[in-house]
Ligand binder design. Structure first.
Ligand SMILES: [Cu+2]
Length: 322
């Protein structure tokens, strides 16, 4: 149920406070730019006519020489444009910093579709349903080439990169169905890679979740993948392989063999699963872990990472020898 493309959509609907503010910013900046350039163009045109070759006109300087004028024509436009720097920077920083309680939706882009997964396990393709009035963070990755998730009604866009998570967040305040696009040329069917984002009222979102058949919980889904690929054979307690334990790994500081210390974030977990020979932990023991690059599909990899992340809490991640 993709919304009909209505004419040119130069000014699409705005479905969040940030979207409305972005519009104000662009509008105000356009007006300022016009105020600063139109007089210059008019003056150029007027002078070109008035003082053209052969025209009898007084070409003397008029004797006006004022520092006040010189300084103010530079200082006033400078201060005016500085307002937009501060305003724009504030919006930018805000758009890069999701509130910690944001609901996380996973998105995987691939040729040529978007796959979304809700925190409760439901997933959908090319359609995205979100609740209104709640901060939502979309964590994005690509399974192949570079894509970009573009949500015009929220004035938000972010690249989906292979091998690296990016994110985008918003708080919608207007119910409705709006466009969702891939805005990075990504191959033959790029033009049809997209769908619709539907913003629902809280109750409706709960209904939607129920009707979309709550699948197994995300953690359970991750556990199933962990079992399917035999991770526990090395990482669980009692395994003969002295593989590092994964419980509590997420968010902890890992000392690497090359002396650096990094925080085990999502990218690190993902990298280790795909390329265990890469950044090696100092106390990893013998490197016998096989690479799972190209073996575990991207959405399963996301679930696996989530499972390891959850290991700080309630789940029974392999407690192992280290
Ligand atoms: Cu794409």
């Amino acid at each position: 149920m993709t919304p009909k493309p209505s004419a040119l959509e130069l000014w699409p609907a705005a479905a969040s406070a940030v979207a409305v503010e972005t519009d104000y910013l662009i509008f105000a900046f356009t007006v300022l730019t016009l105020m600063l350039t139109v007089p210059v163009f008019l003056a150029i045109t007027w002078f070109a006519i008035r003082y053209r070759d052969g025209q009898e006109a007084d070409r003397g300087t008029g004797g006006i020489r004022s520092n006040l004028i010189e300084i103010s024509w530079m200082l006033i436009p400078f201060l005016l444009t500085l307002i937009f720097f501060v305003w724009g920077a504030r919006l930018f920083v805000e758009s890069k910093n999701p509130p910690p309680d944001a609901m996380v939706i996973e998105a995987v882009g691939r040729q040529w579709m978007w796959k979304f997964q809700h925190p409760t396990g439901q997933s959908e393709i090319n359609d995205l349903h979100v609740p209104m009035g709640q901060a939502i963070k979309i964590r994005i990755i690509s399974q192949d080439v570079i894509h970009a998730l573009y949500l015009p009604a929220l004035r938000m866009q972010v690249a989906a990169l292979p091998d690296r998570y990016t994110e985008l967040w918003f708080k919608a305040d207007k119910a409705g169905t709006f466009h969702l696009y891939c805005s990075e040329y990504c191959g033959t069917d790029h033009s049809v890679m997209g769908g619709a984002i539907t913003i629902l009222r809280q109750g409706e979102y709960q209904d939607w979740l129920t009707h979309s058949g709550a699948q197994q919980s995300k953690v359970a889904a991750g556990r199933a993948i962990y079992d399917a690929y035999g991770c526990g054979g090395c990482h669980d307690a009692g395994s003969p392989v002295k593989a590092p334990k994964l419980a509590g790994l997420y968010g902890s500081a890992v000392r690497l063999a090359d002396g650096r210390t990094i925080t085990a974030d999502e990218d690190y977990l993902r990298d280790k699963i795909r390329n265990p020979g890469g950044s090696r932990p100092a106390d990893g023991g013998r490197q016998v872990m096989p690479s799972f690059a190209g073996v575990i599909p991207e959405d399963d990899l996301g679930r696996l990472v989530d499972y390891i992340k959850s290991g700080t809490g309630e789940t029974r991640l392999g407690e192992a020898t280290r």
